[in-house]
Ligand binder design. Sequence first.
Ligand code: RP5
Length: 171
Amino acid sequence: MNGPRVGILMGSESDLPAMRLCGEVLDEYGIGWEIAVMSAHRAPDAVRAYARQAERRGLQVLVAGAGAAAHLPGVLASLTPLPVIGVPLAGTPLAGFDALLSIVQMPPGVPVATVAVGEMGARNAGHLAARILALTDAGVAAAVQARRQEMSGRVRLPEGFDLAGDGPEEA
Ligand code: RP5
């Protein structure tokens, strides 16, 4: 199947500036994705229809960003067996703390993998989705490994410092 494998959802168009970063990360891994805007509160019928069709449509991971009383990720997780990653977004006077608690405090049996608030979380949602897909996709696994190696090379060492020179553990 060549369609999108990750569905990126959000409660409002106002969430797009943060959530598009998730798509940018997925692009780096060569993973296809689609975007949908639908609020669990304002458009519950659309959320229900999307969640119930997601697996059949070939989606493998859902990423849902929402702010305020952020119920979108949890509602999706209640309606689909697919893994759901929740991104708490800031946008109220509580600066995302409201969304963080709303998304992370799911009851046992209906998990939402909750990432950091805002843009950092949106990016990590893309990385986490890639790691999930890497379990069954060698191409994505290679891309994840390449990314990890690239990150581990981002160090600045003192002149003459030997990274391999730490030797055996002292007794
Ligand atoms: C939430 O309410 C959305 O996810 C958004 O973060 C927040 C505010 O939505 P708008 O009033 O900007 O549409 O449902």
